[in-house]
Write a protein that binds this ligand. Structure first.
Ligand code: C2E
Ligand code: MG
Ligand code: MG
Length: 561
């Protein structure tokens, strides 16, 4: 292409030069014609006739003709001189332009090459180039001495960030992740973005799984501090899947596929990372099929709403229940909500699912109120519900349809669901509060607790996570946390519910701390509504009736005076 451009340029210069020469030749001809005409005119004026002698004489004696005779030479010279210069200038102009064109073509070629092998946002290698790097690492293994680890890091809440803050801010976040991870890799390692929310690290010279897990811990630690975008602090939750070469595969595709399976297991592991194990493979396809089956499950009526009673610790009366969803799958049997709620959140099925739960919870609560109980139903909201500006309108419609009163309902939200986009969540939460719903902070103590947010949120209840309550009798630390949380909630004017009350001893301790409400297996496991009604009829825990509630409110002013 370059040779062709050069040839075209020099032939263009030649054409230009030829054109200029032709113009100068015409100029010379005109000058010669002028000389001839002038000589004829001078001869005729001198002799009144034109003869050869007369012409020679005119040429010899007329000074003006001498000057005129010089003109063809002067014209010829000037025209040749300027035509050569013009052609030279044109030639260098063409050369410069050719060079520029060549450079531009080179850059475009490089850019096209880069785009097919790199991620445009972070400029890191993409999956194809990363696979190539793995391939190269493997092909260097002629001596059998090569060992390496692949760490695949899935940003679990990136989708949420993209949905709520927009692609622009999410891109800024991705760049920061790339920089943070890049600072961990040395020059021989490779970092890539292999999928929209997945980064991967190829770390050479990792000889065993313990070393690979230590590397995962370092990555995890680096990802811990929240990322800053537009003065917002955004924590990113990541799961890390680990595979090692040669143990877990001998080609890039199987290594990456197994790392993907390990990532899925990491998402469910308590420590956030998982080393691939062959048994893992069984779970991954199940997860994908379950995700696809959620919609059908709703249509086929495979969901059921259970209730777990909430007991007022001072009076021993059942004052309401937490509505908890159950999936009875045709093939897999019972599937716990912890497993499918996350799938629903990822596949956008959470909205119809929450709608289904609200409808049934409101219906059940109405039924219990009609049966004479002063019942309050608690419903869990997902992070996505709280980011949906249309959510309060949907709840308003549901309220009108079921005839429920908002103060019969407690909407449970978790601390972590507030932190992604606090302003947006606060807006939704405030609208629900203005509609008259009670709000509660669920699983308190497990998220990023911040007193500042607690004070801002219009909540009326705090639920201490069951992990603290269940361990409180054996761990002094947990006992301190439970006691401090009860005090904190009371200082903020909130009621406290302890989840996970399993024993009489735990109940006694909670009573001693002044905890208001208990929920746990000691009273009842979650059950269908009819079972709860029977349980209240036959067991020691009776439901607070509307009559009792009225009486207690009527006697209260007298008691206080
Ligand atoms: P959660 O909201 O914190 O619900 C309490 C969980 O603790 C329930 O688990 C309950 O069965 C369990 N639990 C209560 N007392 C005890 C106890 O004494 N011992 C033990 N070991 N466990 C106890 P479940 O029903 O499996 O629900 C798990 C989580 O799934 C819930 O935690 C909630 O976050 C979520 N979930 C359940 N139903 C829904 C729903 O309808 N919508 C949404 N968005 N999330 C839901
Ligand atoms: Mg809950
Ligand atoms: Mg909870």
């Amino acid at each position: 292409m370059n040779i062709l451009a050069k040839r075209t340029a020099s032939s263009n210069v030649r054409i230009l030069h030829e054109r200029a020469s032709k113009a100068s030749f015409q100029g010379v001809l005109i000058a010669v014609a002028a000389v001839i005409l002038a000589t004829l005119a001078v001869t005729y004026l001198n002799d009144k006739s034109i003869t050869l002698d007369g012409l020679v004489n005119a040429q010899k004696t007329n000074f003006a003709l001498w000057v005129l005779n010089l003109m063809p030479f002067v014209f010829g010279y000037i025209a040749q001189y300027s035509s050569i210069n013009m052609a030279r200038e044109a030639s260098s102009l063409v050369r410069e332009q050719t060079q520029e064109l060549r450079e531009r073509a080179d850059t475009l070629e490089k850019q096209a090459n880069f785009a097919t092998t790199h991620d445009q946002i972070t400029e890191l290698p993409n999956r194809a180039l990363f696979a190539d790097r793995i391939e190269r690492a493997i092909s260097a293994n002629s001596t059998g001495q090569v060992h390496f680890a692949l760490l695949v890091l899935d940003l679990e809440n990136l989708k949420e960030v993209q949905d709520t803050l927009g692609a622009g801010r999410a891109d800024l976040l991705l760049k920061q992740v790339a920089t943070r991870l890049g600072s961990l890799a040395n020059s021989r390692d490779s970092l890539a973005r292999i999928d929209s929310h997945t980064f991967a690290l190829l770390i050479l010279d990792i000889v065993d799984s313990a070393q690979a897990e230590r590397a995962a811990l370092i990555v995890q630690k680096a990802m811990e501090p929240a990322f800053g975008v537009d003065q917002m602090k955004l924590p990113l939750h990541s799961s890390i899947g680990i595979v090692t070469y040669p143990e877990h595969g001998d080609d890039p595709e199987s290594l990456l596929q197994r790392a993907g399976v390990a990532v899925y297991m990491a998402g469910r592991a308590y420590n956030g990372y998982a080393l691939y194990a062959p048994g893992f493979d069984d779970h991954s396809p199940r997860r994908l099929t379950l995700m696809g089956e959620l919609r059908q499950a709703l249509d086929k009526g495979q969901f059921e709403l259970y209730h777990q009673p909430k007991v007022d610790i001072a009076s021993g009366k059942v004052i309401g229940s937490e509505a908890l969803i159950r999936w009875h799958h045709a093939r897999h049997g019972f599937i716990p909500p912890d497993e499918f709620i996350t799938l629903a959140e990822r596949s956008r099925m959470i909205r119809p699912l929450t709608q289904w739960v609200l409808e049934h919870a409101f219906g059940d609560c109405s039924a219990l109120r009609n049966a004479g109980f002063a019942w309050t139903v608690s419903v869990n909201l997902s992070t996505r519900d709280l980011h949906d500006p249309e959510f309060p309108d949907m709840v308003a419609g549901m309220m009108a349809r079921t005839g429920i009163q908002p103060d019969w309902v407690i909407l449970e939200i978790t601390e972590s669901s507030i932190m992604v986009d606090p302003a947006r969540v606060l807006n939704v939460v405030e609208r629900l509060h203005e509609m008259g719903f009670n709000l509660s902070i669920d699983d308190y103590g497990t998220g990023y607790s911040s007193l500042a947010y607690l004070k801002k949120l219009p909540v009326s209840e705090l639920k201490i996570d069951k992990s603290f309550v269940m361990d409180m009798l054996s761990s002094e630390n947990d006992a301190i946390i439970v006691r401090a949380t009860v005090d904190l909630a009371h200082n903020l004017g909130l009621k406290v519910t302890a989840e996970g009350v399993e024993t009489e001893e735990a109940l006694a301790v909670l009573r001693g701390y002044g905890c208001d409400i208990g929920q746990g297996y000691l009273f009842s496991k979650p059950r269908p509504l009819m079972d709860i009604l029977n349980w209240m009829k036959s067991g020691p825990w009776k439901g607070l009736t509307l009559v009792e509630l009225r009486q207690s409110t009527e006697t209260r002013p007298a008691a206080s005076s």
